[in-house]
Write a protein of this length. Structure first.
Lengths: 230, 84
């Protein structure tokens, strides 16, 4: 098990604590990559030293990447094969839209993530912590199957959505997070064969998806983070 | 689609007044973390003055999710009945 987490802004001050709380409940040691160590070189080195190990990643992401301490991608669609044979849990924004499917196509066993931005607020912090992070405890402490993990997490969302003490605005974000959760392969992979961006669509039509993917890799090397961050 | 239309025209008064009620009930020190952004209660109050503000549209889009909409109104049914 590899735990990757860092604290780079106000949001991650909370999520880093949630990571620590959840990992403390696991009954086995976790190889941790934390704070300033969360950079691509370290992550790739440790992942290649631990083939098949599951991954927990907190926190920022975009459609194509999980973002490191230096705000650069540490795991991205340019090299999804590093997630092969692994179970991946992340509460990062958006990564289940492109990175998750790319990882699944590259042989990842399970990818737990969100297809759009994840939101939480200070009016219902325990509800957000529980709904966003308890899946990893259900899976790796309680040893539940992913289908059961998902069922229990959705139950948690429903419990809080029906809780009169939770402000309506917080319920609104909880509902949105619930709708954006994806667990592959339990959920169908989105059809990403047609890019959303018009320029990308035109390039794919003219030169093919492989060419587009190559261009994206070049962009990522030149500029680091691809559009969509944070 | 509701928001395809409302990107141009702003959101409907009924939605806006519901959002104002929702925002009014949160504490003053409220913070919301969305992606890499942080919003305060004051940000929401300011945005709600403009039905075309992206933050208002974002809030309205989430609010108009059927279940949240239903929960919000269901929680107020007893009050509405009492008033009648």
């Amino acid at each position: 098990m590899i735990g990757i987490a860092h604290e780079i802004d106000d949001a991650t001050k909370y999520s880093f604590q949630w990571y620590k709380n959840a990992v403390a409940k696991l009954p086995f040691p976790v190889i941790e990559i934390l704070q300033q160590s969360v950079i691509k070189e370290n992550v790739e080195r440790i992942l290649s030293d631990s083939p098949g190990d599951s991954i927990i990643f907190f926190d920022h992401g975009n459609y194509t990447s999980l973002i490191g301490y230096n705000k650069q991608p540490v795991i991205s669609t340019s090299r999804p094969e590093i997630l092969k044979d692994r179970e991946v849990f992340t509460m990062a924004c958006q990564s289940a839209r492109d990175l998750g499917p790319a990882a699944m196509n590259a042989g990842c066993k399970v990818y737990w993530g969100y297809i759009e931005v994840v939101t939480f607020d200070t009016a219902a912090l325990p509800a957000f912590e529980e709904t966003l992070s308890s899946a990893l405890v259900f899976r790796w402490r309680d040893k539940l199957e992913w289908s059961e993990v998902k069922r229990r997490v959705l139950e948690l969302y429903d419990k809080y959505l029906n809780d009169e003490k939770i402000p309506t605005l917080s319920k609104l974000w909880l509902q949105q997070n619930r709708d954006r959760l994806r667990v592959y392969p339990l959920d169908p992979l989105p059809n990403n064969s047609t890019p959303r961006c018009q320029v990308s669509r035109a390039l794919a039509r003219l030169f093919g998806l492989k060419f587009l993917s190559w261009l994206r890799k070049i962009r990522e090397r030149l500029f680091g983070v691809s559009p969509g961050y944070p | 689609m509701f928001f395809e239309r409302d990107k141009k025209n702003g959101i409907e008064k009924m939605v806006l007044s519901s959002l104002e009620k929702i925002v009014a009930e949160i504490p003053d020190n409220y913070l919301v973390f969305q992606g890499g952004k942080v919003f305060t209660k004051a940000d929401f109050l300011k945005a709600l003055k403009n039905p075309r503000d992206p933050l208002t549209l974002n809030l309205a889009r989430a609010f108009c999710d059927f279940r949240v909409f239903q929960l919000f109104h269901a929680s107020r049914v007893p009050q509405i009945l009492e008033q009648k």
